[in-house]
Ligand binder design. Structure first.
Ligand code: FAD
Length: 425
């Protein structure tokens, strides 16, 4: 068993972990990344299509290219990279227990950044009735098979869910000669980015069927067909609308869930809406010194946003780990300044952060709407004080995460919650 000490320890070496580590190293001397895989880069390693980095690098990169830029930057530093290192436990006082081929590690950390990413929802989580044949994959698993393992998942595929991974896989499978019969979406609108609907479905004549569900899986050893049905406004299948589609492959692209087991073990409060940690404007969780960023905090659509958020978390973690006695005293004073709840209202599904210190000069509020709004106005208020409002009505869609900066220190009544609302106009 090895005992180690670091100022900042990052759990997860995906794009969030890499960016958080680089930023933390600007202030902290001893920074380490713990990654369970045998390489850094996270899920980007299997995303071989382009479209990454438009905001951060002003270039169109593939996922592995984007990851490699950060891996190279990390390699130029003395950040400790522990690969094949699975973190098993994190205690509330920031002791980390991990395992790698050399044995057990016990690490004392001045601050911890949670960057473990997310995982895909599976068939059992959406309870599709029927038999249990081979040929039913989550979209990300099929992506890994095709792009990293060089396997072909099947010949005739149906995709359930119009999230971005499903759309990207519709195009990828078509390019590899697999017939994609259609994408079926439960909601009356598509869940992925508009550019992916255009580039991955429309350009390849792949039909998108809205308000439809897979209601039965048919086949013994291998999938032989799926039954699809139209759903009503309560998302319940409408009897008599069933259609059986012969196919040997079903891809599920039905949502992502933050990898929250370690967060839970560390005693971090989780949001019932995002399943990720509840954080303040510094991305600090309910446990002092434990920060969170990237998909473990809330699911992002663009990796560029993951990077920017992770830089904030890395910087906050380093500041926490390296605080001097006088900064500590100042922090104790600012802790006496009340925290205000940030509350989603109306069509806003959730916000990150969900609490802010009214001593902060700046806070970025991120949020998503619960359903598409063709023409809406955003209003952020504290009691009767307007902190932000959109000048002109705009479109809000659930697949696009909105980012708005506010100045919490301008709040005149810290006892009033900050509410974030989108009003249809
Ligand atoms: C299947 C899939 C496909 C995607 N495809 C796209 C796409 O095409 N385009 C796009 O813009 N976005 C895509 N995304 C979104 C993408 O996840 C994010 O943009 C970004 O990769 C999230 O970065 P992250 O660092 O938060 O998470 P990840 O990239 O998932 O990295 C998390 C890392 O933490 C490690 N880890 C987890 N638990 C532990 C532990 N206990 N101990 C040690 N290490 C641990 C994991 O091994 C992983 O390397 C996809 C997501 C998924 C799940």
């Amino acid at each position: 068993m090895r005992s180690l000490q670091y100022d900042v320890v990052i759990v997860g070496g995906g794009p969030a972990g890499l960016a958080a580590a680089l930023k933390a190293r600007e202030k902290a001397e001893r920074v380490a990344i713990l990654e369970r895989n045998d390489e850094l880069g996270g899920i980007l390693n299997q995303c071989i299509h382009n479209g990454f980095g438009l905001h951060v690098f002003k270039e169109e990169l593939t996922g592995p290219e984007y990851a490699q830029r950060y891996i190279d930057m990390v390699a130029e530093t003395d950040i400790g990279c522990y690969l094949e290192t699975m973190v098993l436990d994190i205690t509330p006082n920031r002791q980390i227990i991990a395992m790698n081929p050399e044995g057990m590690l016990i690490i004392e950390a001045g601050a911890v950044v949670l960057a473990m990413g997310c995982r895909e929802r599976t068939r059992s989580q959406i309870r599709i009735p029927g038999t249990r044949p081979a040929g039913v994959f989550t979209a990300g698993l099929a992506q890994r098979y095709m792009n990293m393992e060089n396997f072909r998942p099947g010949n005739r595929a149906v995709i359930l869910g119009s999230g971005d991974i499903g759309l990207i896989m519709a195009r990828r499978m078509t390019l590899e000669g697999i017939k994609v019969l259609g994408v079926y979406e439960l909601m009356p609108y598509a869940n992925g980015l508009l550019r992916n609907i255009k580039n991955c479905l429309e350009d390849f004549d792949i039909p998108l069927h809205l308000s439809m569900a897979v209601t039965r899986i048919i086949g013994q050893k291998r999938l032989q067909a799926v039954e699809v049905s139209a759903v009503d406004e309560n998302l319940k299948p409408i009897p008599g609308t069933e259609e059986v589609i012969p196919c040997d492959t079903l891809l599920l692209s039905v949502g992502l869930i933050p990898e929250n087991e370690l967060s839970r073990q560390a005693g971090v409060e989780l949001s019932p809406v995002t399943s990720g940690p509840v954080v303040d404007e510094k991305l600090q969780t309910s446990v002092p010194g434990i920060f969170a960023c990237g998909n473990v905090l809330h699911v992002h659509d663009l990796v560029d946003q993951v990077t920017l958020e992770a830089e904030d978390a890395g910087s906050s973690a380093a500041a926490y780990a390296c605080r001097t006695q006088s900064e500590d005293a100042q922090a104790a004073v600012s802790r006496q300044v009340p925290e205000t709840e940030v509350r989603p209202e109306g069509l806003v599904r959730y916000t990150v952060p969900s609490r802010i210190s009214t001593a902060a000069d700046s806070a970025t509020i991120k949020f998503r709407v619960a359903r598409p709004v063709d023409s809406g106005r955003l209003l952020i208020t504290s009691g009767s004080q307007v902190l932000y409002e959109t000048k002109k009505p705009k479109i809000f869609i659930p697949s696009i995460m909105e980012n708005i900066k506010i100045r919490p220190s301008s709040i005149s009544d810290p006892s009033a919650a900050v509410t974030v609302t989108v009003v249809e106009s």
